[in-house]
Design a protein around this ligand. Structure first.
Ligand code: ZN
Ligand code: ZN
Length: 243
C-alpha cells in the first residue's frame, strides 16, 4: 500500500506531538508493520484452513454454526468496544489505554491515515493478542463443542471465530489506509470506513458506531450515526470516554 511518509503540513500541533512521541517511545526500532500484518493473516488462515480440513462429509448439516457464531461475535465486538475500550473497567485498563488514549488520539476523524508501515502498530492488535484470542475464545468453546456436540460444529466454530478476528483486523487496517488507495475505494470498504470515521470524532466516540466490522449490533441498539455535522468536534480531547 502506498503511504506518504510524512504527516500533513496542516496537522494540528498537539496531534503532531502525540504522533512524534508515540513513534519514538512505543514503536520499537525493529518493528515492521508489514511483517505484523502478514503474521496475522498467515496464522489466522492456517487455523481456518486446518479447521476446514478437519470437517467430514456431513458438515453441511451443521452450517448454521457459521451465521450464529458470526452474529454472536458481532455483538461481542460491539460491547467489547463500547465498554472496556471506551471506559475504565477494573482489570481491563489496558484496553482503555490502548484504544481511547492511544488509537483515538493518534487518529481523529480528519486525520485517519497511517503515514508509514510503522504506524500499523497503532492499528493492529499486538501479535500476542491473536494467541490470547485463540486460547481464550476459540479453543475452550471449540473443545466443549467437540466433546459435547459434534466435531463438525466445533471446527466450524473455530473457523468462523478465527475468520472474525482476521476480518476485524483487515477491515480496521483498510479504514486507516490512504483515502486514495484502491482498497479504500471499494464501495463496501468505503462505506464501512465512513462508519468508522464518524466514530473517530472525539465528541462521538463514546456514543456511536461501535462496530468496527459490520454494523449489525449498532443497528440493533440504534447507535448508528452516518455523519458528524450536527456535533461539534471536541478539539481538547477531554471527552475521553465517559458518557
Ligand atoms: Zn480506528
Ligand atoms: Zn473506539
Amino acid at each position: 500500500m502506498q503511504h506518504a511518509s510524512a504527516d500533513p503540513q496542516d496537522l494540528p500541533e498537539d496531534l503532531l506531538e502525540f504522533r512524534r512521541r508515540y513513534r519514538q517511545d512505543v514503536v520499537g526500532a525493529y518493528y515492521n508493520g508489514v511483517a505484523h500484518l502478514l503474521f496475522v493473516i498467515c496464522v489466522s488462515t492456517t487455523v481456518i484452513g486446518f479447521a476446514i480440513w478437519r470437517l467430514d462429509g456431513s458438515f453441511w448439516r451443521d452450517l448454521a454454526t457459521v451465521p450464529i457464531t458470526f452474529v454472536v461475535a458481532n455483538f461481542v465486538e460491539y460491547w467489547g468496544h463500547r465498554i472496556p475500550m471506551h471506559h475504565r473497567v477494573r482489570g481491563m485498563q489496558m484496553m482503555f489505554h490502548r484504544h481511547t488514549l492511544e488509537h483515538h488520539q493518534f487518529f481523529t476523524e480528519r486525520w485517519m491515515t497511517c503515514r508509514t508501515q510503522r504506524d500499523y502498530k497503532i492499528v493492529l492488535f499486538p501479535p500476542v493478542m491473536l494467541f490470547f484470542y485463540l486460547g481464550l475464545v476459540a479453543l475452550p468453546i471449540g473443545l466443549l463443542l467437540y466433546f459435547f456436540n459434534r466435531p463438525n460444529v466445533a471446527w466450524l466454530y473455530v473457523a468462523t471465530t478465527t475468520f472474525y478476528f482476521l476480518q476485524y483486523e483487515s477491515l480496521h487496517y483498510c479504514y486507516h489506509l490512504d483515502d486514495e488507495s484502491w482498497i479504500a475505494n471499494l464501495p463496501i470498504v468505503h462505506s464501512l470506513r465512513e462508519h468508522h470515521r464518524v466514530h473517530h470524532n472525539k465528541a462521538l466516540m463514546a456514543k456511536c458506531n461501535f462496530n468496527i466490522t459490520w454494523p449489525i449490533a449498532d443497528f440493533v441498539f440504534r447507535t448508528i450515526q452516518r455523519d458528524r455535522k450536527d456535533e461539534e468536534p471536541d478539539a481538547s480531547g477531554e471527552n475521553s470516554g465517559d458518557e
